[in-house]
Design a protein around this ligand. Sequence first.
Ligand code: NAD
Length: 568
Amino acid sequence: MAEYSHSPTGEGFQLPSQEDYLKEFGRLEEVVNHQRNLKREIVVVMGLGFVGAVMAAVVADAQDGKGNPIKFVIGMQRPSPRSFWKIPLINRGLSPMSTEDPEVALMINRCVNEKRTLTATFTYDALKFADVVIIDVQCDYLKESLGDVRNGQAEMKALEESFEIIASHISPNTLVLIETTVAPGTTEQIAYPIMRKVFRKRGINTDPLLAHSFERVMPGKNYVASIRDFWRVCSGINEEAKSRVIKFLTEVINTEKYPLTVLDRPIESETAKIVENSFRATILAFLDEWSHFAERNGVDLIKVINSIKVRPTHSNMIFPGPGIGGYCLPKDGGLGVWAYRHIHGFEDDIFKITTAAIDINDTRSLHVAQLARDALRNMGRPIASAEILVLGASYREDVGDTRYSGSELIVRRLTEMGTEIRVHDPYVLHWWEFEKQDEYPASSHSLKRFFRGQERLKDLRVEQSLETALQGVDAVILAVRHKHYLNLDPDEVVKSSGGPIAVIDCFGILDDERIRRYFELGCEVKGLGRGHVKRIKDHVQEARERMLLKMSGETVTGAETAFRKANP
Ligand SMILES: NC(=O)c1ccc[n+]([C@@H]2O[C@H](COP(=O)([O-])OP(=O)(O)OC[C@H]3O[C@@H](n4cnc5c(N)ncnc54)[C@H](O)[C@@H]3O)[C@@H](O)[C@H]2O)c1
């Protein structure tokens, strides 16, 4: 039976058959011959995910001083049911992901349909044509338990297979640029020996030209610029690989304004990526304990952070929200810790901060369920029979990427506690982590394995209308700083939900005026790191009591009438 791959909008694409491979190779051969006559270098980008699809377009868009395209790019994606759809979509000139950056769609369309410098394929045979191969496949880190990154391992199999496949197809002079975030040591101690062995079997006596340069892509408003107009670090396995990678990156990205940093060895470039992300994970995790301190001592951590950030030396302090998701920060430190033992062979335990940071970030969002429980309890509603709306499924604001988002853990823990969940996210049509939780992100990777009672979450669908989503809920969790949620009017929210609700602010979204208004409307408010809400609640309560006292002995004023109306 024919197998299909479905795009996020539901369009089905039949996976290729054996004959399709032959035909596809013929198509590529023809187009490559034509491109070579135009003196364009052939670049194969392996893995058309969040990084590879846009990197492929950036390379295809590169031009010389006279405005002539200099590269022809073949984006190569394995034809799995989960990812094959990206190929036909790109070949129509469409972007495979939805993003706030309009340049992504424009650039892919321009390169496919106007410049004709970009095509996508499913056949590894494309590698035979490559002058340069860029590896943008994933390298996962699988954790065996929640909140214990040490108890896990780097998933090297797919990457190792990719090195073997590449070495068995490319010509000896092909530059192989690894952009995947890898365990430090991978280029020299894993890729090099695997590829060298295959080269020798093929009778090639030279060394593979291996280089490493990691991506700093941010898939939001500045998606394209974060690849093309940003600083890069690179290195090569030998002088030739190093000079080839410098030449290539200088041709395709804006190194004039954002100069390259060239490091001696690939392990230094690989380590730079891991340290860079571990540093960020650490400064985020650091604020978790102060967030708890703030909640218990009447402190608004948001205002505290803002008061500190005015010092230029502390300007990169960031409030952590409901946990730190995304594909990179939860795993990258793990790759480093794993490499220390399993690539470099050390037995001792030097990692304290990197691991603690990931463990803290991985479990921070569970506290949101406690806040929801307590807020509902204060309103006399048991959480086990409550309906809760989560606003935001993505891991960060204004993008549709749900990988390892804090919201996922909030939903899973609340479900375990018996809550009925609704979710709204303007950037996410399907929350695959739930709809396809048996196979997504991979069969053994779903976070459902750490929770009980998760089966019914397969039916969770993302509401597209906020008003509909709000109807009849007991609580709302403001989980992501999407622009749509920053200015919600408390009166409108309470009107749509049909009465007072619990509001949980995970990201410093509510200002004091809105918090006060929610209390005046009879709601309960709690927030991560927002201990001062209790003070606002007390003020509203005191004002209400004063008013009632006055009303019992005196005539009611206009202001009091207004207050009574707002607080029936
Ligand atoms: N997403 C980010 O924001 C970001 C930022 C910086 C670095 N990175 C790193 O970049 C790398 C890629 O990340 P991503 O977000 O693009 O991942 P992704 O999962 O979105 O994409 C990887 C793609 O590679 C494909 N693939 C896997 N094996 C393949 C093979 N053998 N042949 C062809 N295609 C194959 C997959 O099907 C998938 O489409 C990772 O190492 C990641 O850590 C990601």
